[in-house]
Design a protein around this ligand. Sequence first.
Ligand SMILES: C[S@@+](CC[C@H](N)C(=O)[O-])C[C@H]1O[C@@H](n2cnc3c(N)ncnc32)[C@H](O)[C@@H]1O
Length: 266
Amino acid sequence: MAKDPDAIHETVRKHYAGRIRSSASCCGGDSSATPDIKFYPAELLSTLPEGEAMVSYGCGDPITLAALTPGQTVLDLGSGAGLDCFFAAQKVGETGHVIGVDMTPEMIERAQASAERMKLQNVEFRLGYMEELPVDEGAIDVVISNCVINLAPNKAKVFAEVFRVLKPGGRLAVSDIVTDGPLPEQIKSSLSAWAGCIAGAIDVDEYRGSMQAAGLVDIDVSPTYFDESMIEEAVGDMGQDLDLRSWNKEAISRTVFSARITARKP
Ligand SMILES: C[S@@+](CC[C@H](N)C(=O)[O-])C[C@H]1O[C@@H](n2cnc3c(N)ncnc32)[C@H](O)[C@@H]1O
């Protein structure tokens, strides 16, 4: 099993550093820079300044799920190029605050440059791991995340950190990848499949159990579907590994799902 946390972090970091480097720096129209904005409603997309690049590597819309209100403090785990933070910033307004945390310096740089261009005063980006959040205890009203927790080698640590940083009564609203049943061992042990958001995905029941063990309540994990283009992307990411070709697109679509996940700190 590919369980060495350092090797997983390193592979994932290299993967996303490469992807953001190859996408347009701003106002871009290249397809790698605009893969998954289809998850968001038009009303939300229209809140971004005209021509601003929408770089997304997500698998859902945690913003609509989070139902953010003005004045809230929001934390985005694995904020990538910052898209969900920018949406959140519009929702929480000048009296609110948004913190994006990501372990990939290239992502933080891109997100900071975009925030400066958009002159957003209520957003900041911090370099760090979601397993050791650079965030004070009890500081956050809502934790959001988009297609990131599956990438963590130790999910229990992530949920323990979520619990620590949430205020009492604070909420979690996440889009992520989960599985219905086990993945083949050859997939689980592939670092490239891990970076492609497949190998690190865990069974829905295990995901729920991990949140429960951290102390979260009112847990809901609702699998939706795994978008066809994401399957193509995941298969592409795994394409170098001959062993993985035997586990094909059909098998992925039967086992791997995007999910809407919500929970609350008592
Ligand atoms: C699939 S991308 C999603 C980015 C963003 N949420 C979005 O929707 O576009 C995963 C992001 O999570 C970050 N990441 C992965 N593992 C992480 C960890 N353990 N701690 C912090 N960031 C992590 C990666 O650097 C990358 O930017």
